[in-house]
Design a protein around this ligand. Structure first.
Ligand code: NOJ
Length: 593
């Protein structure tokens, strides 16, 4: 199983990326398309062929996963709201989850996307897989389309009408009006978001429909799901949904959009820990804004404070990190400063979590009308220059992320912190990445307690090399700079390699977690031969453990805390699991008290 944390995601709002096929621009209703690209609420022509044509560009940047906005068939009429004529160009107003929208495909018959395996969608998946890139499909379970201002909330199952918001005898929808109190989570989950027809998850017909539709897309080779509006449906629904979807495709990675979720929103943390999917890290995004866009007085402390909360999550290293997206102004609309944008990009490439780059970031794309708010944060892609500083940085750092497990799974420990300087180290099983950010003037600092072994290291971003002696080094940091130093160990190899993770035992100083078990690889219960895990954060220890003799067999194991000669063993009879015969797998356990 490919480790998802080694990926760099690129998020494309398909209608605004590249028009590869002008023949599909008009769609079923010409009123929805604006050839002059002046009405920001209409279709502008971007399509799947347009993405295929730019795969080399993206692959050259080191992008390994592409998140595309929902492809489901959208309403064919306009909605008048807030004085605008709006369309479903963004993909979040579906009417048929089992068809693809006609603006994306080549031929009308291809909208029945599941009748053929040679539609443009299939070709996109095939071409991406050939480049070892994964498809992240954006899926919506919370709602179909608007039911006011001209909308009807109609829902189709491969062209057959199955529900209508205004005549909802079978109870597919909630009918509670718009959310009034955003602090009342129960209301947020039952009432409508912006007049969108809100599905009633109690309806088994609805649940069967949405799960079967999403499985059909997975059967086409989709590798990852970005799940819309997870805050707006109850946890039990997501647990059933994720469980079912994972039974269908066990290797799938899912991440949800809990608007403004992250360490500072407890309900979102609970969701991330219990739903079976990760979330987008809005807390870190907001902190980056304060530090790099707005120069808040506290400076880098804002970011370090978010990272300091990582122990709230079971797997903070799986949070999806981002600088901006289609629901907020782009960074450059907040601060038109390419150097700071570059710092933000380099930071998420190296920080814990899986980085997601919003399309056009590498080209400095932005439009500042109305402070760059939606829809002005969704301009058409204008340039495809492969030499921009950010393009080249992503190229270098995505390769480093791919190679160095410390960037994927490691701890993130602060080594030096002031308002203007943040030096942190990513550490995992002897692999290290030392990262220094300086948003102030030029400075030379001495950093202590480095985990890099003694020796000389090049800055992968072209700055001055450093020499580490007894864990200390002098760093010369130019203004608005990022420096990256890496130490790589030989990869862990074995017939089967398990990335073993244990949560829920907050170790205190001097305590280390080991794993012991009945198989030779885990020392046959001999503590002297137990395997040590690595500290990731206050909630998580992790290690990659190779298995040869026991590959394909059942093993039983337990975690043990060691402090000098004191041992504390987990309670219970141990974890009992079947090792796959070969390949890589991730096992996550909770400490048994
Ligand atoms: C969140 C999406 O990111 C946003 O663009 C969309 O309008 C809403 N969910 C509703 O689907």
């Amino acid at each position: 199983m490919r480790e998802f944390r080694d990926r760099t995601i690129y998020f494309i709002l398909t209608d605004r990326f590249n028009d590869g096929d002008p023949d599909n621009d008009i769609g079923k209703n010409d009123e929805l398309f604006d050839p002059e690209k002046k009405n920001w609420y209409k279709y502008w022509g971007g399509d799947l062929q347009g993405i295929i044509k730019k795969l080399d560009y993206l692959n050259g940047m080191g992008i390994s996963s592409i998140w595309i906005t929902p492809v489901f068939d959208q309403i064919d009429y306009t909605i008048s709201e807030e004085g605008h004529i709006m369309t479903g160009y963004h993909g979040y107003w579906a009417k048929d989850f089992k068809r693809i929208d006609e603006h994306l495909v080549e031929k009308d018959e291809d909208t029945r996307v599941f009748l053929s395996d040679n539609t443009i969608f299939d070709r996109l998946v095939r071409e991406m897989h050939a480049l070892d890139m994964g498809v992240v499909l954006d899926v919506v379970c919370n709602h179909s389309n608007p039911h006011l201002a001209g909308g009807r909330g109609e829902l189709y199952d491969d062209g057959v009408l199955i529900a209508d918001y205004r005549d909802d005898r079978q109870g597919w929808y909630h009918h509670y009006g718009n959310v009034q109190n955003w602090n009342d989570l129960r209301q947020v989950q039952r009432a409508d978001l912006c007049n969108l027809s809100d599905f009633n998850e109690e309806s088994i017909a609805f649940r069967n429909y949405i799960k079967s539709a999403i499985k059909m897309w997975l059967s086409k080779g989709v590798d990852t799901l970005r799940v819309d509006t997870v805050k707006h449906m109850p946890l039990w629904f997501w647990q059933e949904f994720t469980g079912d979807i994972l039974s269908y495709k066990p290797e799938l990675f899912l991440f949800g959009e809990w608007f403004m979720g992250g360490a500072y929103d407890d309900a979102s943390v609970e969701f991330a820990n219990k739903s079976g999917m990760s979330i987008l890290d809005f807390s870190l995004q907001q902190a980056m804004d304060r530090v790099l866009a707005f120069d808040d007085y506290e400076g880098f402390n804002h970011i370090a404070n978010v990272i300091g909360q990582d122990g709230k999550f079971k797997t903070a290293t799986e949070l999806v990190t981002f600088i901006d997206n289609h629901d907020m102004p782009r960074f450059l609309s907040k601060r038109n400063d390419p150097e700071r944008l570059r710092m933000a990009v380099d930071f998420i490439m190296m920080a814990r979590g899986i980085p997601c780059i919003y399309y056009g970031t590498e080209q400095g794309l932005h439009n500042d009308t109305n402070w760059g708010n939606d829809p002005y944060n969704r301009p058409m892609m204008e340039s495809w220059d492969k030499d921009t500083t950010i393009y080249l940085d992503i190229r270098k750092l995505s390769r480093l992320r791919r190679m160095n497990p410390a960037v994927q799974k490691g701890s993130m420990l602060t080594k030096y912190l002031t308002r203007n300087i943040y030096v942190f180290s990513r550490d995992y099983m002897g692999n290290v990445c030392l990262v220094a950010l300086n948003k102030g003037g030029a400075e030379t600092i001495e950093v202590l307690n480095l985990s890099l072994p003694d020796g000389a290291y090049q800055d992968l971003l072209g700055g001055k090399p450093i020499t580490v002696r007894e864990g200390k080094a002098q760093l010369s940091l130019p203004p608005n700079s990022v420096s990256v130093f890496s130490q790589l160990m030989a990869p862990v190899t074995g017939q089967t390699v398990v990335t073993l993770q244990v949560n829920g035992y907050p170790t205190s100083y001097g305590e280390d977690i080991y794993v012991t078990g009945d198989c030779p690889e885990l020392g046959q219960w001999d503590i002297a031969r137990a395997r040590r895990l690595d500290y990731i954060n206050s909630n998580t220890w992790c290690a990659d453990i190779p298995f040869n003799e026991s590959a394909g067999k059942f093993i039983r194991y337990k975690y043990v805390v060691k402090k000098e000669n004191n041992l504390k063993r987990e309670s219970g009879t141990g974890h009992y699991r079947l090792l796959p015969g070969e390949g890589n797998i991730i096992w996550k356990d909770d400490w048994v008290y």
